[in-house]
Design a protein around this ligand. Sequence first.
Ligand SMILES: [Zn+2]
Length: 329
Amino acid sequence: MGNLLPFHLKTSKVVGIYNVNENNLMCNCLYLFGLRIKEIPEQRPGVIRIVCVSDTHQHFPEIPNGDIFIHGGDFTYDGRPGAVQDFNNWLGKLPHKHKIVIAGNHDITFQEEYYSAKWTRFHDQKLDHAMIRKSLTNCIYLQDQSKTIEGIKFYGSPWQPAYCDWAFNIEDPAEIRKKWDDIPQDVDILITHGPPKGHSGITKLGVDAGCPELLLAIQRVKPLVHICGHIHEGYGVSETEGTHFINASSVNAAYKQVNNPIVIDIEMYKEENTGEEKEIIKREENTGEETSIKKIEREESTVQELLSTKTEREDSTLFEMNILGSIND
Ligand SMILES: [Zn+2]
């Protein structure tokens, strides 16, 4: 039912994306001349500023100020306690009011199953993964979970298609599809460690390492922003059908810290424009068939319509109840 949603459920919109490295300009003209500029402007009142970075791999880059900080995974090389502690201390010093972190394939001690099976590949002795996980205290850690902050719904997930022998790999496309099926329909900002196919995932060998199943999930959910890392050389931003794709990898393919954190400004739709649904009955002159048009008017006269013929009224009522159900997830 979810992918049939006739209108956008999001309550916020992207008004700017800043601080992207100049050498990573994408061939998207609207982007170059519209939303995105290099310099970070002063934060406007009413705007929520999100700062995102990924794949810091034990580097601690300078982070611009903002309201919400996001890390897209791979904060360590191999999940050692000292590295997690250093990362946690660094998080603690950032001024952002909210901090969201997901794990990446290198944060191996965060996937108990994988670490228990493969620890000898990385460490001389088995580390206490539960204790390491508990030491990450200065953030909201999301693993297949959502969190709403300042009215913006975030969902974070560490999985990716199998890529060498690391944590959070899933080989079977049907299995990874199940993970993405859990992404709620009303997510505004989706954070996954790996990129979707077609965006942000071209390796230095020119291969697209993005997940095809994740792309389908993004096309279903239509988040305002998708944030990832994982393929370091995929750093940059692009936009398709209203979703802004951001690969925020801080290090390059040689694990050198070279890329700027990316700043996203979000504005909420004004409340008076989001509510009231109005029903208008249209009668066809020839057939006499009645059509009910339900409109929700939003800021900048974005009008979303739900059409249903009189004969389909019952189905349509059920349909709307489902929509409300997914809002309240
Ligand atoms: Zn990485």
